[in-house]
Design a protein around this ligand. Sequence first.
Ligand SMILES: Nc1ccccc1C(=O)C[C@H](N)C(=O)O
Length: 302
Amino acid sequence: MAFSDVGLPGEVPWKKMSAEELESQYCPSQWGVRLRAEEALRTYSQIGIEATRRARATRKSLLHVPYGDGEGEKLDIYFPDEAAEALPFFLFFHGGYWQSGSKDESAFMVDPLTAQGVAVVIVAYDIAPKGTLDQMVDQVTRSVAFVQKRYPSNEGIYLCGHSAGAHLAAMMLLANWTKHGVTPNLKGFFLMSGVFDLEPIMYTSQNVALQLTLEDAQRNSPQLKVAQVQPVDPTCRVLVVVGQFDSPEFHRQSWEFYQTLCQGEWKASFEQLHDMDHFEIVENLTQKDNVLTQIILKTIFQ
Ligand SMILES: Nc1ccccc1C(=O)C[C@H](N)C(=O)O
C-alpha cells in the first residue's frame, strides 16, 4: 500500500470512515497476509517469549532493575560479551496498544545487537488500566534518564518502539529533560509501525481501557507537537518504519509523522519494509541478516 492510495495530506481520511472501518484500520492483526489474526498474535508472542528465554540464558544481564519506586518500573539490561561501560545502549518499548505486552516477552533484538557490541534494555511500563497514557510517558522518560545516569559514559542512547511503544518513544522527542536532572545522549530513534496522532484511537474499542479524552489524546500526540521542538543534538537520527502490510491508517500515521519531522529540524528518514506485516517487523529483529537489524546496526556504528 503506497501513501498515494490513502488520500492527500490534510484530508484526515479516518473522519470519513464508518466505526467498523476505523476499528479494522486500527486492528493490526487483521492485516497480515500469512496468518489469521489470532495466529499472528500467538506467533508474535511465542517468538518474543523464546527470544527472551534465549537472551536470559545466553547473555550477561541485569533483570528487573528498578528505574523508579513503582512496582511496574523495571527494566532488563542485556550486555555484549566484552565488559565495557562505554557502549551504545538500545532501549526497546514494546507494543500492545498501551494495554498488553510486557518486557518479559519482548527481548526480540537482544541476540543480534549484543553480538555486535550493543547493550539492549527492555523497558516495562504500567499498561492500562493500571497506567494512564500520561503515566506511561512519564515512566518511559524516567527510564531513559535512569540509563543515562547509570551509564554516563555511554556511546549513545538509541530509542526503539513498536506500535504503542513507538508512540512512547516518539514522545521522548518532546521530553523536557531539565526536569529530570540529566540530558540523555540520544543519538537515534527507531519508530516501528507507530501511532503518532491519538485522536482516532478514541473512537475504537481500544479506548475502553485507555479512557482517553480529546485533551489526553492531543497532549500525547507527537504529530501535533514535534515540528515546534528543536532537537537537543542535531545529529540525532529519527527513522520512521512501517510494514508493507500495515493498514492504510498505519501507513498514513507513519508517513505524516515523517513529513512533519522533515518540516522541523529533525534528521528523519522513512522506510517501508517490504513483505512484512505489523508483527513481522519486530519478529524479524531476532535475525541478524534482517533489513531493519542491519539498518539499526549501521545507524549505531556509522
Ligand atoms: N499484541 C500486540 C503486540 C504488539 C502490537 C500490537 C498488538 C495488538 O494486539 C494489537 C491489536 N489488539 C490487534 O489485534 O492487532
